[in-house]
Design a protein around this ligand. Structure first.
Ligand SMILES: C[C@@H](O)[C@H](N)C(=O)N[C@H]1[C@@H](O)[C@H](n2cnc3c(N)ncnc32)O[C@@H]1CO
Length: 147
């Protein structure tokens, strides 16, 4: 899994078109979304993650909690983003991982939104620009090699 974490004044998105034959079903209200004062986490779920998705979710949770603690963010925006890796996991595995990560972040007390999966989306982001505002993390199941 590859994550790009951007501490932001806000992140907002608007669904434009489907990017997969079977995108995630969404309600009318999910077609647009915004969070202010948010840690935006752009995520590519990778093929290697398929060997142990549960472990990758927990490792991603640990990393996000660590960064959120450092930048003092209590809101997280989980944003499916297929452009951080050339070794993408299958969509059904990726969606399951992202849904589980969203759930676990909520368990830990974060206010969480997740952008819809399988769509082209317009988005606006305002990065805060402080030294920890732009970070990346690579996570793999134990025993796998980071590409
Ligand atoms: C396109 C661009 O504007 C938009 N932002 C986009 O990336 N859309 C992606 C993700 O929502 C999702 N998706 C599919 N596979 C994956 C994966 N392995 N990991 C994460 N997302 C995935 O399916 C879409 C097409 O790849």
């Amino acid at each position: 899994m590859r994550m790009l974490l951007i501490h932001s004044d806000y992140l907002e998105y608007e669904v434009k078109d489907r990017a997969l034959k079977n995108p995630e079903p969404i309600s009318e209200e999910q077609k647009k979304g915004r969070l202010d004062e948010v840690l935006a986490v752009f995520i590519s779920v990778e093929k290697v993650d398929e060997t142990n998705p549960e472990e990758v979710v927990e490792k991603a949770l640990t990393e996000i909690k660590d960064v959120a603690g450092q930048v003092k963010a209590n809101r997280v925006f989980v944003y499916p983003f297929a452009h951080l890796s050339s070794e993408l996991a299958k969509p059904d595995v990726a969606l399951d991982v992202l849904r589980k990560l969203e759930e676990r972040l909520r368990d830990e007390g974060f206010e969480v939104k997740r952008a819809p999966f399988g769509y082209y989306k317009a988005f606006k982001l305002s990065c805060k620009g402080h030294p920890l505002a732009e970070l990346s993390r690579t996570i793999v199941p134990t025993g796998e090699v980071k590409a």
